[in-house]
Design a protein around this ligand. Structure first.
Ligand code: CA
Length: 644
C-alpha cells in the first residue's frame, strides 16, 4: 500500500481580519471561515453559488465552552497531496489533492483548540484538534455546535434515526429505516431523533451536497444529524437510551485529542457525490492485515430458505451451489451452534475447503443491549470468549465472520466494533457487520473489514411485499447516498420469482432478472453474499447464471453515467480491463436514455444483458457504432448490464 503526504505552507489565502477563505485546487469549491458575534462559522460555495450559509462550529465540554466568545489566534494554509491504493471501495487508486487550512481559536479564559480543514475539488473534511489544557489531559465533549445551514429552497434525501430499543428483539437503532426523497428542509424526522449519515441535499440549481463523517474509531461515538431547527441541522451524539442505556452518550477523549472528520461532498451535479472517496482520503490504516483478506462472492441459505435451512444437509447444498458458481464463500447464518454443532461445523468447513469454498460464520454481537435469542450470543461481546472463538474459527479454517445486532452508535459500541475487528485480524479473519451502524472510513482503517449492512437490505424482501414493490426505488437510491459513503452489504440479486424455498409461495419479486443482475454491479461491497438458491442453476436464465458466475466484487473505477436518486441510475464500474455498465429504472414508465460512455470505442463487441420479449433475460452482442454513445430503453422495474 503506497502512502505519500506532503504539506507545504502557502500564503495564497486571504486572511482579512477574522475571516479566512480557501478554494479547492480547481478554484470551484470555496470555504470561508469567520467569527461572528464570538461564534466560529463557515460557509461553502461552488462556482460562486452558495451551498452552505454561515454555519456553526465548535463544541461544549466538561472543561469549558469551545463554541462561544471565541477569538481567532491565527491560521496556516498548505497543499495536501496523498496517493494510495485501496482494494475494497469504488476505486482502486486514489489521488487526493486539497488545500488545507488550520485555524486556531481561543476561549476567553485562554483555552485553545484548532479546526483542521482539507478542501479538495469536490470535498471538504474538517475536525477539531484539542491540545492539553494545562494539567487537564482528558475531556468529555457534551455537545457539538457543528452545523449545516442550507439555502431554504434545498430539498433533502434523509433517513431517520430510529428510537432505541425497539424493533426485532429490541435491537434498534440499526440504520434500517426508509428514506424520504426530495423532502422539504423542515420535514420532521419520523421518530423525532433526527437523521443518520450519510445525508444528501439538493441545493436547487446551486448543486448537491452529501454530508457524512469518517475516521470514527473506538475513540469516539458515531454521530448523526438533528432535525432542522432554527434554519440549521446540527451534529448530534447518540441517544442515552441506546445500548440499553449502558455507556455514555457523550464521547470522551484524551488530550491532546481529536474528533472524527465531518465531510461535505459538493458538486453542481451528482457525479462527485457518487464518485467521492472522501471517507478514505483523510484516514489511514490502523494496523496491517495478518491474514489474506478475501473480497469475493458467496451464497447463503438463510435469505431464501430461512431459519430451517441452518442444518448440515442444507448447508452442503449451499456449499455445492457456491462451488458450482465458482464463488469464494458460503455464509452459515444464525443458530448453527444449536442446529449443526461445533464438531459438524468443523466437518462443513472441511467439506467447503475440499470444494474451494471458505466459511463465513454468523454471530450475534450481544451482549446486554438487546433480547436476541439467535445464537451464538455473548461470544463477541467480551475479549476472553471472543479470542477463544477466533482461535476455534481459525482451527476449523473459517475465514470470515458476520456479526449482527449491535446496540447503536455510542463510543462503547464503536469500541466493540474495533475490538472485534482487531481480535479477528489476529486470527486472519475478515469481518462483516449486520444490524449495525454505517462504516466511517473503515475499509481503509481496518484491513480485515469487508462490509456493513446499515441499510434496509434483502431480508426485507422476504418479510414484506411492500419492500418487494419498492425494490426499484431503493436500487435507484442507494448508489447516491448510503453506498456513496461506504460498503453496503445488501445480500441481493434474487433470481427466484417468489421469496420462498419452494419458489411458489411467499412474497413476489416485482423486478426482472436483468434488474437483479444489474444490482450486483450497482450495489458495492467487497464481499457479496448473493440471494441465489440452488434451483436457480436450472430455473433461472442460463445467461443470468453465467453473468453471476463471472461478476466481480471489487472495482478499479466507478463512474456515474446518469440518474436521479430514487428514479433511475446508470453506473459504470471497471474491474481490471472490463467495464460493467449497469442501470435500473424505478419510474412507472419506460425510460429511453442515450448514454455517454467514453470507455466504449467504435467497433467494440460488447455484450448486452437485457430482457427480450418472449425470451426473458438474454445476453446479446452489442456492436458499438458511435464511439461513446449507446441508446438503451428500460421498462419499469427492469434493468440492463453492458459488459465490454
Ligand atoms: Ca438486518
Amino acid at each position: 500500500m503506497k502512502y505519500r503526504s506532503t504539506l507545504l505552507t502557502l500564503l495564497a489565502v486571504s486572511l482579512a481580519g477574522n475571516a479566512a477563505t480557501v478554494s479547492s485546487p480547481d478554484s470551484r469549491l470555496t470555504l470561508t471561515t469567520s467569527i461572528k458575534d464570538g461564534k466560529a462559522v463557515y460557509s461553502v460555495s461552488y462556482d460562486g453559488k452558495p451551498i452552505l450559509f454561515d454555519s456553526p462550529l465548535g463544541f461544549e465540554s466538561n472543561i469549558g465552552n469551545f463554541s462561544d466568545n471565541l477569538t481567532s489566534v491565527g491560521s496556516t494554509t498548505g497543499d495536501i497531496s496523498r496517493s494510495f491504493n485501496q482494494d475494497r471501495i469504488k476505486k482502486s487508486h486514489i489521488d487526493w489533492s486539497a488545500k488545507s487550512l488550520t485555524e486556531e481559536y481561543s476561549t476567553p479564559d485562554g483555552k485553545k483548540f484548532t479546526i483542521q480543514w482539507e478542501v479538495g475539488n469536490n470535498d471538504i473534511a474538517f475536525r477539531y484538534l484539542i491540545p492539553a489544557q494545562g494539567d487537564t489531559r482528558s475531556m468529555i465533549i457534551t455537545k457539538e455546535a457543528t452545523g449545516y445551514r442550507f439555502p431554504d429552497f434545498t430539498t433533502t434525501f434523509l433517513t431517520p434515526q430510529s428510537h432505541a430499543m425497539i424493533g426485532w428483539k429490541r435491537s434498534k437503532p440499526s440504520y434500517e429505516e426508509f428514506y424520504s426523497p426530495d423532502a422539504p428542509l423542515d420535514k420532521p424526522s419520523q421518530y423525532g431523533h433526527g437523521f443518520t449519515f450519510p445525508a444528501l441535499f439538493h441545493v436547487g440549481d446551486n448543486g448537491w451536497a452529501l454530508l457524512t463523517e469518517t475516521g470514527v474509531d473506538g475513540g469516539f461515538c458515531g454521530s448523526r444529524l438533528s432535525d432542522y431547527k432554527d434554519g440549521v441541522f446540527t451534529v448530534e451524539f447518540p441517544m442515552p437510551e441506546e445500548n440499553n442505556g449502558n455507556g455514555t452518550a457523550a464521547p470522551g477523549i484524551p488530550l491532546p485529542g481529536k474528533t472524527p472528520w465531518r465531510t461535505i461532498t459538493v458538486g453542481n451535479e451528482l457525479k462527485p457525490i457518487v464518485e467521492t472517496t472522501i471517507p478514505w482520503n483523510v484516514v489511514e490504516p490502523l494496523y496491517e492485515a495478518t491474514g489474506e483478506v478475501r473480497p469475493g462472492r458467496g451464497t447463503w441459505s438463510w435469505i431464501i430458505w430461512q431459519d430451517n435451512s441452518i442444518n448440515y444437509e442444507d448447508q452442503i447444498k449451499y456449499i455445492d451451489l457456491a462451488a458450482d458458481m465458482g464463488y469464494e464463500n458460503v455464509l452459515v447464518d444464525a443458530a448453527w451452534d444449536v442446529n449443526i454443532g461445533r464438531d459438524r461445523m468443523a466437518q462443513l468447513a472441511k467439506y467447503a475447503k475440499s470444494k474451494g469454498v471458505n466459511l463465513i460464520v454468523w454471530y450475534s454481537s450481544s451482549g446486554w443491549w438487546n433480547d436476541i435469542v439467535q445464537s451464538p450470543v455473548n461470544v463477541m461481546s467480551r475479549p476472553i470468549p471472543r479470542k477463544e472463538e477466533m482461535k476455534w474459527l481459525k482451527s476449523i479454517g473459517a475465514t470470515g465472520i458476520k456479526v449482527d445486532f449491535f446496540g447503536g452508535d455510542k463510543q462503547e459500541t464503536m469500541r466493540l466494533y474495533e475490538d472485534i475487528l482487531s481480535d479477528a485480524n489476529d486470527y486472519g479473519i475478515s469481518v462483516i457487520f449486520h444490524g449495525c451502524t454505517m462504516p466511517r472510513g473503515w475499509e481503509r482503517m481496518y484491513p480485515n473489514y469487508v462490509g456493513s449492512e446499515a441499510v434496509l437490505a434483502s431480508e426485507n424482501l422476504v418479510f414484506s411485499q411492500d419492500f418487494c414493490d419498492k425494490a426499484p426505488f431503493h436500487a435507484a437510491l442507494h448508489p447516491f447516498i448510503r453506498n456513496a459513503a461506504g460498503s453496503m452489504e445488501y445480500g441481493g440479486t434474487v433470481l427466484n420469482k417468489r421469496l420462498d424455498r419452494t419458489n411458489e409461495k411467499g412474497t413476489i419479486r416485482r423486478t426482472t432478472d436483468a434488474f437483479e443482475i444489474a444490482t450486483a454491479i450497482l450495489f458495492q461491497n467487497p464481499v457479496q453474499n448473493f440471494a441465489l438458491a440452488p434451483n436457480n442453476l436450472t430455473d433461472a436464465p442460463a445467461d443470468a447464471i453465467q453473468f453471476m458466475k463471472d461478476v466481480p466484487t471489487t472495482w478499479d473505477e466507478t463512474l456515474l453515467v446518469d440518474g436521479y436518486p430514487g428514479k433511475y441510475v446508470v453506473l459504470a464500474r471497471r474491474h481490471a480491463d472490463k467495464w460493467y455498465i449497469a442501470g435500473v429504472n424505478a419510474l412507472d414508465k419506460p425510460l429511453k436514455l442515450t448514454l455517454d460512455l467514453p470507455m466504449l470505442n467504435a467497433g467494440d463487441e460488447a455484450t448486452l444483458y437485457s430482457e427480450k420479449k418472449g425470451k426473458g433475460m438474454t445476453a446479446s452482442p452489442l456492436k458499438i457504432k458511435n464511439p461513446g454513445k449507446v441508446q438503451v430503453s428500460i421498462d419499469p422495474a427492469d434493468g440492463f448490464v453492458i459488459v465490454d
